[in-house]
Design a protein around this ligand. Structure first.
Ligand code: TRP
Ligand code: ZN
Length: 484
């Protein structure tokens, strides 16, 4: 035993010099749409982010402690990080060299890291986040008049901490935020500790579940905290701007019932808590940040006018957050599924007939549009409406074809098999074929990757034939092209 070990060790040492010297981790993870997002050669286990935020000058001072396992010998490795100033980097306690080019931060540890080793990287940095891109995909840490929100899919995280920025490398998080004492800080997971420091206050949040970087969020503001209880005692904590608190309590009031519905349809709720943060800002979008979805003032009207969006972000906790993408070209696995789940909430409130009526209308609108199919959408238009609506319609067509019993068994099996992990469209098709016993390649190919919109024969839905050309000589004087 000992002798084998010694021999192995000697072999390793002999090999180490030349191999380690030239074995940097990759600058990407091979994503077909975002080749530079994420980095190769290691697997992050945990991020401990300790940030102090100065509201007046919008300056963030951070210490990121990143615990990772090397998946290859590493002479150097990359992190994704935008243009904040780095003051120091240590790897396993020793000062490391680094190069910062664009959003790629290359760390060169004093001692190379052998494959399989756990190593700790500490990055000290400071700067004003969000001075770069204002694109919604890269927004990240955003200071608004009355606080801060953090949103950016797929690439907002690198605006405020150094990160392996791809859902293929999920990790757990401790998030410590120190802000002026009059503000409340919300973040992912559970609040572990609040530390008063006179004019400042520190909130320590922690999540024990693997989290993709675009789903990490921080909300800083003057919030009213509303608590609810979900199924099996699940803690729900909502952060609302004070002037909206009453309306928002009503608008988000059915979250426990929604969690119960989705748990029964897909599988148990995946995380330690849920809730929402409503930023006191007119943000037009919502984001399914893990355990704490983000909304803006526009989503609150006191009439549940946006309840479909409320259900959509909740459903992402199963589809997108727990079962995550392996490649951004498969974004319909997030948006089509969450969208369809929000329709299932509508069906639960109304009826299958009511759902079919609405979806038949959507179907006809899709048929007359020239939207791209939802699978592999244009990389510069990842979140186009087809990904949502035709993505959801794909699932409705699958349900019509397989019947409810088999269809929901497919969803449950897919969820169960890939929860807390990553999946591809191929994985979903394989589960659908396995559970149904049907060959479904042609079905998914037509729905996800081809024009035109396929029919749904089981429901009698098919694209309307193109309008017959109007007679050339005798046009009817006031004929409307369609009845609306
Ligand atoms: N995933 C969001 C949704 O539920 C939409 C979205 C895409 C988004 N990119 C974003 C939201 C960036 C905020 C920021 O539909
Ligand atoms: Zn969504």
């Amino acid at each position: 035993m000992r002798r084998t070990l010694l021999i192995a060790l000697a072999a390793l040492l002999l090999a180490a010099g030349p191999t380690l010297a030239q074995s940097p981790g990759g600058a990407g993870l091979g994503d077909s749409y975002y080749p530079t997002l994420g980095n190769g050669g290691y697997d992050v286990q945990h991020y401990d982010l300790n940030v102090l935020y100065d509201f007046d000058v919008r300056l963030l001072m951070g210490t990121a402690t990143i615990e990772a396992v090397a998946t290859q010998d590493l002479s150097a490795f990359n992190l994704d990080f935008r243009r904040l100033t780095i003051n120091q980097i240590r790897v396993n306690g020793a000062i490391a060299a680094y190069e910062h080019r664009g959003t790629e931060l290359t760390v060169i540890p004093a001692q190379p890291i052998p494959a399989g080793a756990t190593f700790t990287t500490v990055v000290l940095y400071e700067g004003i986040p969000g001075m770069g891109s204002t694109q919604m995909t890269e927004l990240g840490w955003t200071h608004h008049e009355n606080g801060v929100f953090v949103a950016g899919e797929p690439a907002g995280a690198s605006s405020w901490y150094p990160v392996n920025e791809h859902p293929l490398d999920k990790a757990t998080y401790t998030i410590r935020v120190t802000a002026p004492a009059q503000y409340v800080v919300a973040a992912n997971g559970l609040l572990k500790e609040t530390i008063d420091r006179g004019a400042m206050r520190t909130f320590v949040w922690e999540t024990d579940y693997p989290t993709a970087s675009y789903l990490v969020t921080v909300g800083i503001g003057d919030f009213v905290i509303e608590e609810q209880e979900g199924p099996n005692g699940l803690p729900i904590r909502n952060y609302f701007p004070p002037d909206l608190a009453e309306a928002a309590a009503y608008d988000f009031g059915r979250t426990p019932q929604m969690i119960a519905l989705f748990s029964s349809l897909f599988g148990p709720y995946p995380f330690e808590a849920y809730g929402v943060v409503v930023a006191d800002a007119p943000i037009p979008f919502a984001l399914e940040t893990q355990t704490l979805s983000l909304f803006g003032r526009r989503h609150v009207d006191g009439e549940r006018g946006e309840e479909i969006t409320v259900a959509h972000e909740l459903a992402h906790q199963w589809f997108g957050d727990s079962v995550s993408l392996a490649d951004w070209s498969d974004i319909w696995l997030n948006e089509g599924f969450a969208e369809y789940a929000s329709y299932l909430w509508y069906e639960y409130l109304e009826s299958r007939e009511a759902l079919d009526e609405v979806l038949h209308h959507f179907y006809n609108r899709l048929a007359e549009s020239i939207l791209p199919p939802p699978g592999s959408p244009p990389p510069d238009d990842l979140f186009n409406i087809s990904v949502y609506v035709r993505g959801a319609m794909t699932l409705h067509a699958l349900r019509a074809r397989l019947g409810d019993e088999v269809f929901f068994r497919v969803l449950q099996t897919y969820y169960d098999r890939f929860k807390y992990s990553n999946a591809t469209t191929g994985d979903f098709i394989a589960v659908a074929e396995e559970i149904s016993g049907q060959q479904l390649d042609a079905f998914f190919d037509a729905w996800l990757y081809r024009l035109p919109l396929p029919p749904i024969p089981e429901l009698g839905w098919e694209p309307l034939p193109p309008p017959t050309p109007a007679p050339t000589r005798t046009p009817p004087p006031t004929a409307a092209p369609s009845g609306g």
